[in-house]
Design a protein around this ligand. Structure first.
Ligand code: FAD
Length: 330
């Protein structure tokens, strides 16, 4: 393999019903940094149908070129047509780096693509950098988060990585940025299409996106049960916060998985994070330690959560939270 033939940083910019997902914009910001370090360009791969202003958005967030594939086959996400389209883009353009959001769609797409182009894929990266040899250093937690592994794809190209939503910081939107939009035509092999979307049924449950919240009140085993979380909700309502949880409480069925913070939940970065009765296991910290300001309440003064907290209160959450809520109401 002649690595010199492979150039530029490509991002799969995921859209759903025409709305670009934040992770796509976050990856464009990271791609910009990597491409600048390599003195190369950022390409956004935008797939869908009846696309309108999304390509311009990609440019505003850092893309130099948008490869837009607008086709009825891509109206909703189905693995095979999406994989075929991106495979053709990779085959024809030879990118050096391909970044994909580790959403349910990205997790489905990433491995399939890396197998087709015969390269490696590092999943759930938390750090991406360029080495002195111009290789991509892909860092991710290993062994249950107990150590960080940096993986290099030395022999193959492209270097592929998935990154979870919220891990990379979104760049500044710049409406005046200039870039080019190229419409790409894909020759689909429809004989390989084995899945058809007959109907889309939306989950009616009111799903919140805790990664978007400015203030999160997170409860752990110390909060205990559903009544304990009612107490957190009452506090959240007084300050317009959202409630989230450690895995212990999600496993106990007290809150849905969409509200779990941590390695196997979501990575959050709110302005203010309350850790209530959460011990601070490494897998929990992995999802919240980048929060702007952390307040922890725990009855054990040696709880590891205090190592990352800006303000620590040693005490019983069941006593402190109602008092705090009363104060905040006033
Ligand atoms: P505990 O560790 O049991 O801590 C409860 C805390 O509450 C204690 O510190 C205790 O002192 C305190 N407490 C008890 N009563 C009170 C009270 N009345 N007032 C104040 N404080 C009180 N965990 C996650 O959170 N997110 C993940 O994504 C995640 N992914 C994982 C992935 C893997 C591969 C593995 C192995 C584990 C993962 N975990 C994850 C689990 C993690 O290791 C911990 O088990 C979990 O975070 C513990 O949750 P907790 O802090 O709520 O409970």
């Amino acid at each position: 393999m002649d690595k010199a033939q492979y150039k530029n940083v490509y991002v799969f910019v995921e859209q759903r019903e025409g709305v670009i997902q934040n992770v796509g914009l976050e990856l464009l910001g990271k791609a910009r940094e990597l491409a600048d370090a390599l003195n190369e360009k950022v390409y956004a791969m935008l797939l869908g149908h009846d696309l309108t202003t999304q390509a311009q958005e990609c440019i505003a967030y850092g893309a130099d070129t948008v490869l837009r594939v607008d086709a009825p086959e891509l109206a909703t996400y189905v693995t095979e047509p999406y994989a075929q389209a991106i495979y053709q883009i990779i085959r024809d353009n030879k990118p050096s780096i391909v970044l994909i959001g580790a959403t349910t769609i990205g997790r489905d797409l990433g491995p399939r693509l890396s197998a087709r182009v015969e390269t490696g894929l590092t999943a759930d990266c938390t750090g991406l950098e360029i080495s002195e040899e111009r290789d991509l250093l892909m860092t991710r937690p290993a062994f249950g988060g107990n150590l960080m592994a940096t993986i290099i794809c030395k022999e193959h190209r492209p270097q592929m990585s998935t990154v979870r939503p919220g891990v990379m910081r979104m760049g500044q939107r710049d409406e005046n940025r200039k870039g080019t939009i190229e419409d790409v035509k894909i020759n689909f092999d429809k004989s390989k299409f084995r899945v058809r979307v007959l109907e889309t049924v939306k989950q009616t449950k009111n799903l919140v996106d805790i990664t978007e919240a400015h203030v999160l009140i997170s409860g752990g085993r110390g909060v205990g049960n559903a009544e304990g979380f009612d107490m957190l909700r009452a506090m959240a309502n007084t300050i317009g916060a959202e409630v989230s949880a450690s895995r212990a409480m999600v496993d106990a069925g007290v809150l849905g998985h969409e509200r779990q913070v941590g390695q196997t939940g979501k990575t959050v970065r709110p302005d203010l994070y309350f850790a209530m009765g959460i011990s601070g296991a490494i897998q929990h910290l992995a999802g919240m330690e980048e929060s702007e300001y952390i307040i922890a309440i725990n009855k054990d003064k040696f709880a590891p959560i205090f190592n990352v907290a800006d303000l620590g209160i040693v005490g019983d959450v069941r006593k402190i939270v109602p008092l705090l809520t009363e104060k905040l109401k006033r």
